[in-house]
Design a protein around this ligand. Structure first.
Ligand code: 13P
Length: 249
């Protein structure tokens, strides 16, 4: 079964997030083969969206968490606190966190260890800037990012883990890599995962995925799912994405 993660970024308030989550559940009524769908609202909406999702098959993800377990960290949110409000997964190392909050692979490694400890499914983001892609070094760059992150955490072999390959130049731009380029990076990601004994991890693609292009990515054997931003914050478009993922199974 393929995976779709809807990252709502800082786009929606609590009421909008609740309405969107309700809409997703309505759209899935009667669907037998439900794909793995995660919705990731802002922290402020997690509790309310958790109530809407209840025991449904749609899972709740947070967009980030702090690298320390607890302490004097004003304004941050811990893994334990996320678990407490019903999150099942957490996005770690999104490029927007790296760019605007200065997160490093070492920080992300610490977060990964904590997420595992608190039984949150980590969704780790990696991806290269355009200059690296143009230099033909994308796969190596991503592989190194992942190696540093994975080295920081001693994960149980049965840990559910997702790696999202999100090239920076494809996020929110309408520009996407070719499926050939995605495959090349995904293969190297899988080989790093194998080195770490985590070959069961899912490898997702993210960056300008929409209802028109999702099929090409999701239908590929080397792509276990997608991480979607902009096209996931409106109900019609999110439902279309989920439908395509459901049809592929
Ligand atoms: P877009 O789908 O808006 O390009 O965003 C991708 C992303 O950053 C998902 O985490």
């Amino acid at each position: 079964m393929k995976t779709l993660v809807a990252n709502w970024k800082m786009e929606l308030g609590v009421r909008e997030s609740v309405a969107l989550a309700r809409g997703v559940l309505r759209g899935l009524r009667g669907v037998k083969e439900v794909p793995n769908v995660y919705v990731a609202p802002s922290h402020t909406a997690l509790t309310d969206v958790a109530k809407v999702l209840g025991r449904s098959r749609v899972m709740l993800a947070a967009q980030d968490m702090h690298r320390e377990a607890q302490g004097a960290y004003t304004g941050f949110v811990s893994a334990k606190q996320l678990k407490e409000v019903g999150a099942q997964a957490v996005i770690l190392g999104h490029s927007e966190r790296r760019a605007y909050a200065g997160e490093t692979d070492a920080d992300i490694g610490c977060k990964l260890a904590l997420a595992c400890e608190h039984h949150l499914d980590p969704i780790i983001c990696v991806g290269e800037p355009s200059a690296v892609r143009e230099a033909g070094e994308a796969a190596g760059y991503v592989s190194e990012q992942l190696q540093t992150i994975l080295a920081a955490a001693d994960m149980p072999k049965r840990q559910r883990l997702m790696i999202a390959y999100e090239p920076l130049w494809a996020i929110g731009t309408g520009v996407t890599p070719t499926i050939h380029d995605v495959r090349e990076v995904h293969l190297l990601i899988r080989s790093r995962l194998k080195d770490a004994g985590m070959e069961r991890a899912r490898v997702l693609y993210g960056g300008s995925v929409n209802a028109q292009n999702i099929y090409e990515f999701i239908n590929d054997d080397d792509v276990d799912g997608v991480l979607v931003g902009g096209a996931s914050v409106r109900l019609n478009s999110l439902r279309e994405l989920i439908n395509v993922v459901s049809e592929i199974g």
